[in-house]
Design a protein around this ligand. Structure first.
Ligand SMILES: Cc1ncc(COP(=O)(O)O)c(C=O)c1O
Length: 423
């Protein structure tokens, strides 16, 4: 196969519009509902409730805003309302997924809490319930967990829920990447005590930005609606008894989301076809795809990723921001594939760098199956085997172009490029 650079960049995941989005945005413009109130917001909330099966969905400016307000709901329920100017989690520890985008855990810090990172399991690349149980031996006082479904793959929800119930812990479920994915036939976004989704531009459906808090508790939904509009009290004048935020979704953005929701299942089918095509096309290489529990879950296949077998890794050394590798016949590494894809105008990305390895969170506790763990160097891992799963996934894992507009021919070229990296 002759390889030449793609004329247009192939992305990990870019927005796919269908036409109705523009119609609903135009409607907002023509009716002058250019604000955080309007029919698009009401409809988008209603459509998401119908799709997911929750009683209430609160449309917000981002998934991060939804997580922040979920933290505030959980924090006030557990610890009471803080004095103004103080975080609701001040002095409190919160268990968190470790391999995730930092937006999952930053709201814990916004509210003064300390994230305790829980290592990852290898079956779904999500929070490890065994490490979670271990964490309660070390921090029995913890009352809150924030967990993610990475790349649209449902976590081991039942096992995590059992551990949390045993210890009386509330769960915030970050389903930002997993909209439309199911676990045991139930949509993600229904498993936490508080749940969020995102409509960021890279997500499976998008509003360009936006997020929602999902709940079956209408009182919680009403509190979040109020907080998201500066916590105005019901009075003629601006009256405030609680701290508020400007977190409500715009009616223009909601128009885009309203137009996208009917296409969620189509996008999932396209993403699944991409995943399966990679799995088939790469099956003779020393790599595996990001795994999922085929008996119990159906991911939304948002991003397809590969993990290179340990003995097929060429030498790769990463510093904080730079990386070097040495080519070796028959071997490769995420960096070599990433850089080669880039030469052909295609986007890859290393698996999300674990939170416990991030400079901002490096001093936070990190718990593995064997207890308290710390990030180690690649050299240490090569000599002693990996000591934490997240670090290992980061070392050997790469997200591949997973855009649902990618054609089979283009994907065949990506597969060929990857094959040549191992030749
Ligand atoms: C796992 C995860 N959580 C939270 C977020 C935050 O969502 P948003 O970008 O809508 O704030 C994102 C993505 O952006 C994400 O991938």
């Amino acid at each position: 196969m002759e390889l030449k650079p793609f004329e247009k960049r192939l992305y990990l995941s870019s927005p796919t519009m269908h036409g109705d989005e523009l119609k609903f945005m135009t409607e907002a413009y023509e009716t002058n509902w250019m604000s955080t109130v309007g029919a698009n917001i009401n409809e988008a909330e209603k459509l998401i409730c119908e799709k997911i099966g929750c009683r209430d969905a609160v449309a917000l400016s981002s998934g991060t805003a939804a997580l922040h307000l979920a933290i505030r709901l959980a924090g006030e329920r557990l610890y009471g309302q803080p004095k103004v100017g103080h975080g609701v989690l001040e002095g409190k520890r919160v268990f968190c997924s470790d391999v995730t985008f930092d937006a999952t855990v930053n709201p814990v810090a916004y509210e003064g809490g300390e994230a305790v990172f829980i290592d990852t399991e290898e079956d779904t690349w999500n929070l490890d319930p065994v490490a979670l149980e271990k964490a309660f031996e070390i921090y029995p006082e913890v009352k809150l967990l924030v967990m993610v479904h990475l790349y649209g793959t449902p976590a081991k929800v039942d096992e995590i829920r059992q551990v949390c119930d045993r210890h009386g812990v509330l769960i915030i479920e970050d389903a930002a990447e997993s909209l439309g994915a199911t676990y045991k036939g139930k949509q993600t976004g229904l498993f936490g005590d508080y749940n969020i989704i995102s409509f960021n531009g890279n997500k499976i459906i998008t509003g360009s930005s936006g997020g929602m808090l999902l709940t079956d508790n209408t009182d919680d939904a009403n509190r979040v609606r109020k907080w998201s509009t500066q916590a105005r009290e019901d009075a003629q004048w601006y009256q405030h008894e609680e701290l508020g935020y400007n977190y409500r979704m715009s009616n223009v953005i909601a128009g885009v989301i309203r137009g996208q929701i009917p296409y969620l299942d189509e996008h999932i089918a396209q993403k699944k076809a991409i995943y399966m095509r990679y799995r088939e096309g790469l099956k003779d290489l020393p790599v595996t795809m990001n795994p999922y529990d085929e008996a119990n879950s159906e991911p939304n296949f948002w991003l397809s990723c590969i993990l290179i077998d340990r003995d097929a890794m060429c030498r790769q050394v990463r510093s904080e921001k730079d990386v070097l590798y040495e080519t070796e016949p028959g071997k490769s590494c995420p960096t070599e594939i990433f850089e080669t894809l880039l030469k052909y105008n295609a986007e890859g990305r290393p698996v999300w760098k674990p939170m416990h390895m991030q400079p901002i969170y490096r001093m936070n506790p990190f718990i593995t199956r064997s207890g308290s763990g710390r990030a180690r160097s690649n050299a240490y891992i090569q000599e002693n085997g990996f000591n934490d799963v997240g670090c290992d996934l980061f070392d050997r894992g790469l997200c591949l172009p997973s855009d649902n507009k990618m054609t089979p021919d283009q994907q065949d070229m990506i597969i060929e490029i990857i094959k040549r990296c191992f030749s």
